[in-house]
Write a protein that binds this ligand. Structure first.
Ligand code: GLN
Length: 280
């Protein structure tokens, strides 16, 4: 069996199981098994495969055909300018979430020394992407899930940011360390009753705790805003990812807690996705 034959078989298998990007996924999985990039896979498609590689590849294709996200199969996901390690303890970093990074960098263009807190840090993709670009920032990340802190620390080592960031396993309510110029968060914000309508790849495999925002989808957002209003410095800025239909509710909570709304930014699908406010 050569690379091309295996990829073609995988393609047919994945297509049959309604995986949209069947060709691309097959190539990514082959790259991951052979530890080569996609270009190599395409240019060397007639190369024969070892038995061991074939069996690892088929096992991955099998899992993919059951809906397991490609990022959990390869253990990696590109986000902003880097590749992050991921596993099923953390949400797969989303392109929409890059909005927070973009907005923080835009805001802090002329600032060098700021302290930043990420509430629900997950894989660390937001916080670490920012710190990589702003070498004088100091970061703190918290997460309720110890395993996600472990993943975050792995990414911190991989990106060589060990002396720039600290992590704590803590829920948002009980965290009381430091004062921050910037706070970022992508909290769980999906209404519990609507979780079942998410794509099955998401709901079957991604951590529910990172998605479930309670019966109105707002319970974690509320906690994040409450805590931010305590831990943020005067004139500090809060960058929050929100659900497409949560803008008005979130604006109201922010105003009640003494935040001025700077702007709401839409994602690529033109949904309201990121709200930026200032503590006054
Ligand atoms: N945007 C994510 C999704 O649609 C949800 C992320 C979250 O709840 N923070 O799956």
């Amino acid at each position: 069996m050569n690379i091309e034959n295996e990829i073609n078989k995988a393609f047919i298998r994945l297509k049959k199981n309604n995986i949209q990007s069947a060709k691309l996924d097959s190539e990514i999985l082959m790259s991951s098994v052979l530890k080569k990039n996609r270009k190599f896979i395409i240019l060397n498609s007639s190369q024969n495969l070892k038995k061991k590689s074939i069996s690892i590849f088929r096992d991955l294709v099998n899992k993919r055909s059951n809906g397991k996200p490609i990022a959990y199969l390869t253990g990696k996901k590109e986000f902003w300018k880097n590749e992050f390690n991921v596993n099923e303890d953390v949400l797969v970093p989303r392109p929409d979430t890059e909005l927070i990074v973009e907005q923080v960098l835009e805001f802090s263009k002329n600032k060098s020394k700021l302290s930043i807190l990420d509430i629900g840090v997950g894989s660390g993709c937001i916080l670490l992407s920012i710190i990589l670009e702003k070498k004088n920032f100091q970061g703190v990340g918290i997460d309720i899930n110890k395993k996600s802190i472990d993943m975050c620390k792995k990414n911190t080592l991989k990106l060589k940011l060990r002396d720039k960031v600290k992590f704590f396993k803590s829920d948002v309510d009980n965290f009381n360390y430091g004062k921050y110029d910037l706070i970022v968060s992508n909290p769980p914000y999906i209404n519990s009753l609507k979780l079942k309508y998410l794509e099955s790849d998401i709901i079957k495999f991604e951590p529910r705790i990172a998605l479930d925002g309670g019966l109105d989808g707002m319970s974690e957002i509320r906690k994040v805003i409450d805590k931010s209003s305590e831990l943020i410095k005067k004139n500090g800025k809060l960058f929050l990812e929100i659900g497409f239909d949560q803008k008005y509710k979130v604006k109201k909570i922010l105003k009640d807690k003494g935040f001025y709304i700077n702007k709401v930014v839409k994602d690529l699908a033109k949904n309201d996705r990121c709200i930026i406010s200032t503590k006054i």
